[in-house]
Write a protein that binds this ligand. Sequence first.
Ligand code: G6P
Length: 607
Amino acid sequence: MCGIFGYIGTRSALPVLVEGLRRLEYRGYDSTGVAIHDGDQISVHKTVGKVQNLQSVLPSEVPGTMGIAHTRWATHGGVTFVNTHPHASHDGKIHLVHNGIIENFRSLHRRVKAHGIECVGETDSEVLVHLMGIELAGGATPQEAVERTLHLARGTWGLSILFLDHDVLICARNGSPLIIGQGDGEMFVSSDPHPLSAHTQRVVYMEDGDLAILTRDSMKMVTHKGHSIDPTVTVLEDSWSESDLGDSPHFMHKEIYEQPEALRHCIAGRVDREMGSGRLGGMRLGHSTMVQAPHVRLLGCGTANFAAEIGQMLIEKMARIPAVTHISSEFRNNDPVINPKAIYLAVSQSGETADTISAVKEIKLKGGQVFGVVNVVGSTIARLCGQGVYIHSGPEQSVASTKAFTNMVAALTIFATQLGRTRHLSKAKGREIIEHLQQAPHLMESYFENPGPIDEAVALLAEAKSVLFLGRGLSAPVAKEGALKLMELAYIPCLAYPAGEMKHGPIALLEEGSPVVIVAPNDHLKEKTLSALHECRARGAKIILIHEEGDTIASEGDVSIAVPRIHPWLTPLLTVVPLQLIAYSTALHLGKDVDRPRNLAKSVTVE
Ligand code: G6P
């Protein structure tokens, strides 16, 4: 949600900034811009649209070795040229890019106006640069101008600021991620770690309230109270350098096909086959915590929420204790009752989703113990929780999440076996689950060898007014995930329902030819799901059926797609894959931008 990249060094800044933006683009792509300082002046280039659009308006060369860049996901103010970052102070002496929301921007706007300064756009960000400009004109140093302005501001920010008369880049963080990259004679700042991996492995994760003052060869960090701090330098994981497209046509395609390998990474070294248990060291779960936990609560948004719903069911099946999944934004706002003995799991690919961060803070404030189930190492949720499990998907760049979903499900499966073994799960049953889980990557590969009639499914879906997705038990969240994927990529209204609930409402939508996608693996609920299938067919619906290989129900679908057989508790790892392929192929067929669907952002860092 808005991407920031900044550079101060000796190289030409423009190509470094544009490449940084390109890698951050999945955070938002309503508009993009850069500001570059050449020692005498700051030149600004911006445009509505994606980085590609910016590249087409840029001159071939822009002198300058210091600059800031931004890719926007609009919150306050429309998608227009004037609302595009960077924003400049009234006298052009300061340029700034911002990620986050300034909640009191109206009152700050009045303050700016009282100084006779008119904002040119409608963004909340612009008031900050004017206030800094007023401070600087009044004799403040750049650091003082930033500190005094932020003292007045309420809300969230990741900021990168350029000053015409000073050889310095100032960055500030409060609620929106910023990471500093330390090179030799050069410094970088980025909203995400992976654009940094092309330049350096040495990074510093800024904390809320921190201010960083960067020169070419120094980094000074102070807290919001003005205390100097020694930055902790972390070495980036190797996997961040693997984030290029390679030979794949799209990131989504690449990431779908990376799932078997990603799954292997997630499982490796984390299961004890002999004991039939999970071995998640990072969870730091004491035996007594596991034995005494009265319940488990899982939190997440979007795809992470659906993975959490699967985790919830597996925990109840294996550990026989109550587990409930919450949408993070709802959880936090409903003044939740927190039991300090319960186990809370915050599930997030990016580790930066604002709603989930707020929920984690609420749990911690009330004495609860919360564990992260997160992909991005060192992300805010991972650091806030301080304990948990990294799902190890590697970088996921397509806005539509795929390999993070399957790895979240795998990590939660391992957690469920670990918790289950302290309670009701027998060693034999635990072993059975682990053996099947270890086979899942191979089974996924064998599915990719014969993915079935995806094109026939696309033909049924592409012109549909709406699509209904149905599944029961573990397949209900899979149906939701399939519906989300198709809706966000192909812009077709999709509805997902537990199959048994279909007759209580969605059945009214069905007419001759309505497509219905039904997820029906060979579990104890299959026969009941088939009843829903027949009810749909009786109303003229066309059925796209996801089933397991060798199952005679194949003949029930107008289009039937088989996935390899696996343990009934692990079917989501396989049944979701054709749904990902269907969404991807339908979007391509309709000429949509699969990696950058309209209005969405991969990492939603505002509430
Ligand atoms: C956004 C993305 C979704 C993602 C959700 C949660 O809405 O578009 O793909 O599932 O955020 O993101 P997280 O990083 O917390 O898993």
